[in-house]
Write a protein that binds this ligand. Structure first.
Ligand code: MRU
Length: 350
C-alpha cells in the first residue's frame, strides 16, 4: 500500500517514509530513539522544512522516554538543533517543545512531549490545508482570466512528503485538481538531490498532470510564455521577506521576474524567522561534494545503484539553499492569507 503521510507518530515510535529510497521504493522506517530521529533528519530520510520540525519534536519525546531530566532535555534539544541549519521550522519546533517542557516537573515531561508532538503534526496538517485554500484563489484567478489550463512551475519538493500532509507549494495545486480545474505542473529535477523526482512521484500518485524538466530548462519555458505562475516552498523567510529555499529557486525567481510571471512562496508562519532581518543572515547548509559527484537510480535491470559522474578528485561546492530577494517575490501564501514580502513582519503577532 502506498503511504499518504510521511510521518505517523505512535507515542513510543515514529513511522516514517524513507525519502532517500523514493521514487523507486516505498520503504518505511521506525524511529525509536532520539539518535534515530536525528539521523533521519541529517541523512534526509525525512526532509522539507515542516517535516523536519515535526520529526524533531518526536525526537525530543523519544529522548525523554526513560529520563525527563533537565540535562537529558537540553542535550536532546542541542543534538536535534545541530542536524540541519537552514530550515527554521526545526528551531521553531524545538523552541516550542522547550517552552512547553522546561517549566514542567521531570515526571510530567515525557507525556507532555508526546502530546505536543501530536499537536505539532496535527496543526501542520491544518495549516497546509489553509495554505492550499488561499493559494487556490491565485490559481482560480488565472483560470478565469485565460479560460484554459493553468500551468504552474515549482522547484524541489514542497508537497505532502515535505510536511505532515498536503504540502505547501503543492497544496493549492492539489486543491485546484480536486475541484476539477485543469492544472499542470512543471517539475524541475532539483539537482543534486533530485527532490523534483519526489514531486513527480507525488503528482503521479494523485493523477495531477506534470512534466519533469532539467533545472536549466526553466528559463526558456518562462521566456516562451509556457508558465502562468511559479510557486515554491521555503525553508526560512526573513522578516524583510527575503526567502531561503532549495538551491535553484533564485534562478527561477529571476527568470520569472524578467518575463513578468508571478512568483509566489507558500510557507507556514512557522517558516518565518522574525528575528532574522534579511536574507544575508540566513545560514546556508553546505552538503557533501559526493551529492554532486555521484547520482543514484536504477540500473536497466531494475537494481538500485549509485554511480559516480565526476572524478572523486574534482573540487565541488554544494550549497543546499539559495536566497531569493523580496523584490522578486510577488506574494507569500501562508495559512493566514496572501501577503506581500513587505507585510511579512506584521504576521509576527499572529
Ligand atoms: O533539503 P530539503 O529537501 O529538506 O529542502 C526542502 C526545500 O527546500 C523545500 O522546498 C522547502 O523545505 C519547502 S518544504 C514544504
Amino acid at each position: 500500500m502506498t503511504p499518504t503521510r510521511p510521518i505517523t507518530w505512535f507515542d513510543d515510535h515514529a513511522l516514517i517514509l524513507d525519502q532517500t529510497r523514493l521514487p523507486h521504493a516505498t520503504h518505511m522506517l521506525t524511529l525509536r530513539t532520539l539518535e534515530a530521529a536525528a539521523e533521519a533528519i541529517r541523512d534526509m530520510q525525512v526532509r522539507g522544512a515542516p517535516l523536519i520540525g515535526a520529526t524533531a519534536a518526536c525526537g525530543v519525546a523519544l529522548a525523554l522516554q526513560d529520563d525527563g531530566s533537565d540535562s537529558r532535555l537540553e542535550s536532546a534539544l542541542a543534538l536535534l538543533a545541530a542536524t540541519r541549519p537552514t530550515a527554521v521550522n526545526l528551531h521553531w519546533a524545538l523552541e516550542r517543545m522547550a517552552r512547553r517542557l522546561r517549566p514542567l516537573p521531570v515526571s510530567a515531561r515525557h507525556a507532555a512531549a508526546v502530546a505536543e508532538s501530536h499537536a505539532i503534526i496535527e496543526e501542520d496538517i491544518d495549516t497546509n490545508c489553509r495554505i492550499g485554500q488561499h493559494g487556490l484563489d491565485i490559481l482560480r484567478a488565472i483560470a478565469e482570466r485565460k479560460h484554459g489550463r493553468v500551468r504552474v512551475m515549482t522547484h524541489c519538493n514542497a508537497g505532502w512528503l515535505a510536511t505532515a500532509d498536503h504540502g505547501t507549494a503543492l497544496s493549492p495545486i492539489y486543491a485546484a485538481h480536486a475541484e476539477g480545474m485543469d492544472v499542470s505542473v512543471w517539475v524541475s529535477e532539483t539537482r543534486p538531490r533530485n527532490q523534483g523526482l519526489l514531486t513527480a512521484w507525488e503528482l503521479r500518485a494523485r493523477g495531477v498532470p506534470h512534466t519533469l524538466i532539467a533545472d536549466n530548462a526553466a528559463g526558456l519555458l518562462l521566456m516562451r510564455g509556457e508558465v502562468d505562475v511559479v510557486i515554491t516552498g521555503a525553508d526560512r523567510v526573513a522578516a524583510n521577506g527575503d526567502t531561503a529555499n532549495k538551491i535553484g529557486t533564485y534562478l527561477k525567481a529571476l527568470a520569472a521576474h524578467d518575463n513578468a510571471v508571478p512568483f509566489y512562496i507558500a510557507a507556514p508562519v512557522s517558516t518565518i524567522d522574525f528575528a532574522c532581518p534579511g536574507g544575508e543572515h540566513i545560514p546556508i547548509e553546505d552538503r557533501h561534494g559526493d551529492e554532486v559527484r555521484c547520482i543514484a537510480g536504477l540500473t536497466r535491470d531494475g537494481q538500485s545503484a549509485e554511480v559516480r559522474i565526476a572524478q572523486s578528485e574534482t573540487a565541488v561546492d554544494n550549497p543546499a539553499f539559495d536566497v531569493t530577494p523580496a523584490r522578486l517575490i510577488t506574494g507569500i501564501i501562508t495559512e493566514h492569507g496572501i501577503c506581500t514580502p513587505a507585510q511579512v513582519r506584521a504576521l509576527g503577532g499572529t
